[in-house]
Design a binder for this molecule. Structure first.
Ligand SMILES: [Zn+2]
Length: 583
């Protein structure tokens, strides 16, 4: 489907790659550069794909059998056999992948699934859960940290549009399959293959939780790291540890380029120390292969030291007054860490981590007065064009940069020319070449996919990325509070200039919510008791369905499913069945 949707883009990408690798005279310099560094770096990435070859690995541990499904979705799914039921740790990235995995697991042990444990909120660990409702009568317990649903609602809610776009770039989900080597921690992301099947956790905890399910003794520990809600599973009888995403066979993603809140890197180190203290004999990570026996202690130690090294050196140099762009040039991992196969930069990188750590402690201002209120993008471009003798000279410099393979410089110059809106088609075509050149040579799949997808977006035929299918089941799991927070950030301030309006919602559940439009802000109240300009009576589900485009608001009013959803409301929040609120 993806390849079909983007056939045109795909062929132009291929053409561009052929063009870049062709032996036209101006490409000779590039031919010299191609041979050594770039190709070998991509070869290593191709080699790294072996980590995700589709397989089920089974281990007979002291406490019983544990099976791990690798290479189905982006994340692994793990099944632990109990007496008369089994538990699943991480439900994979889609209902489609969960079905593929469970078909295999069931052959190994057909007992029902008694519980699903989410190691954290990310979709590649949670979106397959709903599959298990369809294959057995009893609903499995859904166990997670107490904040997992909060983080999930945020991803489903106000930042969903931008997180979806940036994730599509980073995971390369809009690229033709053959262009994605891997995504660093898995083969590819398949969330678009089927509707998302996240189920809200029904059993949660704060610091630790010990429980027994089907005779399996389970200890869960809150372990902030790759996410704040991360947990690890310790099965003392099995001497087995499931670390979630706090360790996998690549440099850790201390920052993710799809966008994230600050990740607590020293919390991550502490979580790894806690894992070390348990002396596990088996580690079943949620990405890449299990780590067994003697390798465990040295691997965990090296991994936590790598994180602490980057943290400590960033803070040391930060305190000396260096800016992030200077620090990234000054930090180099010690050889002992750099040479570890566990720490190749196939997912996170040291450079992105440094900036994130700086930002985590000091925020976005790097401390340089020149960068507190820099010139607006366009003004800066105008000044630069003036300096070099005009826009045409700037374009000439861009062409030169492309011809001499100074592609990062080419990207930066193309930024200026785009800001000036100068000869846009020509500039875009040069920018396309720069993005593709860097992308196909990048050994970091996040960067590679981001650049190649950004190149696709420059094509004139490009519209928007395909959106994963919405379903009633999926929409049900979005909380009503999330819906109202989405409405607030969808307010078009121009439509409510000098307007005060009070819109009251009375839900059949007994809940009422009010949106008070004032000062071009939509303030949400749970206990408003004054007069309403507009009252809307409906069920929570019908409102969610209408706002997600699954129920046409006009038809819903006609059929009585929603009483009165006035046109002003639809306009103000830019609602239409085609352009729905919930992506
Ligand atoms: Zn993951």
């Amino acid at each position: 489907m993806k390849a079909l949707l983007h056939n045109k883009n795909y062929y132009s990408l291929i053409l561009s790659i052929i063009f870049l690798l062709s032996c036209a005279p101006e490409q000779n310099i590039e031919q010299d550069n191609v041979d050594i560094q770039p190709i070998s770096s991509v070869e290593k990435l191709i080699e790294h794909s072996k980590e995700f070859e589709k397989t089920i690995i089974s281990h007979e541990t002291p406490g019983g059998k544990i099976h791990i499904a690798i290479g189905f979705g982006i994340a692994n799914s793990i099944m632990v056999e109990g007496d008369n039921g089994n538990i699943i740790i991480d439900a994979s990235d889609s209902v489609y992948e969960a079905a593929q995995i469970y078909t295999n697991f069931k052959k190994l042990n057909p007992n029902p699934v008694k519980a699903i444990i989410y190691t954290h909120n990310h979709g590649d660990h949670t979106f397959g859960a709903a599959y298990y409702l369809s294959v057995q009568e009893e609903k499995p317990k859904i166990i997670a940290h107490e904040t997992t649903d909060f983080y999930m609602q945020r991803i489903l809610g106000i930042i969903n549009p931008i997180i979806s776009t940036r994730s599509t770039r980073m995971f390369g989900t809009a690229l033709p399959e053959e262009d994605v080597i891997n995504v660093g921690i898995g083969k590819s992301l398949n969330v678009s293959k089927s509707p998302f099947g996240y189920l809200k956790p029904d059993t949660t905890f704060s610091d630790e939780l010990k429980l027994q399910i089907s005779g399996i003794n389970i200890e869960l520990y809150h372990a902030p790291g790759e996410t704040n809600d991360q947990l690890f599973v310790w099965l003392p009888d099995h001497k087995s540890l499931m670390p979630g995403d706090n360790i996998y066979k690549t440099f850790p993603n201390l920052y993710t380029i799809r966008g994230t809140t600050h990740r607590d890197v020293m919390g991550w180190v502490n979580s790894l120390d806690k894992m070390l203290s348990l002396n596990p004999e088996y580690i079943f990570p949620s990405h890449t292969k299990p780590i067994i026996g003697n390798d465990i202690s040295s691997t965990l130690t090296l991994y936590r030291d790598a994180i602490q090294f980057v943290h400590d050196q960033t803070v040391r140099l930060m305190n000396e007054g260096y800016y992030p762009d200077q620090i990234i040039e000054m930090i180099e991992l010690p050889n002992s860490i750099q040479e570890s196969p566990f720490l190749s930069e196939f997912y996170g990188t040291v450079r992105w981590s440094v900036k994130s750590i700086f930002n985590g402690y000091l925020g976005w201002f790097n401390g340089n007065p020149a960068e507190l209120d820099p010139l607006p993008r366009k003004k800066e471009a105008q000044m630069l064009a003036e300096l070099v003798g005009g826009e045409e000279k700037l374009l000439f410099a861009l062409k030169n940069a492309v011809n001499s393979n100074e592609m990062q410089w080419a990207l930066e110059l193309s930024d200026k020319l785009l800001a000036l809106e100068y000869k846009l088609e020509e500039v875009k075509s040069l920018r396309y070449q720069a993005l593709t050149y860097i992308g196909i040579r990048s050994s970091n799949p996040n960067k590679r996919n981001y650049f190649l997808t950004s190149a696709l977006e420059l094509n004139s035929g490009f519209d928007t990325f395909p959106i994963a299918e919405r379903t009633e089941e999926g929409v049900r799991e979005i909380s009503i509070d999330t819906i109202f927070s989405i409405l607030s950030v969808r307010l078009d301030p121009d439509k409510v200039f000098n307007k005060n309006l009070i819109v009251c919602f009375n839900f059949s559940s007994g809940l009422s919510k009010t949106i008070l439009l004032r000062n071009q802000v939509a303030a949400i109240s749970n206990n408003y008791s004054g007069m309403c300009d507009i009252s809307i009576t409906t069920s929570e589900l019908n409102l969610k369905l209408a706002l997600s485009g699954l129920l046409n608001p006009v038809l819903a009013i006609a059929s009585g499913d929603i009483e009165l959803l006035p046109s002003i409301f639809i306009k103000v929040f830019r609602i239409s069945p085609a352009l729905s609120i919930i992506p």
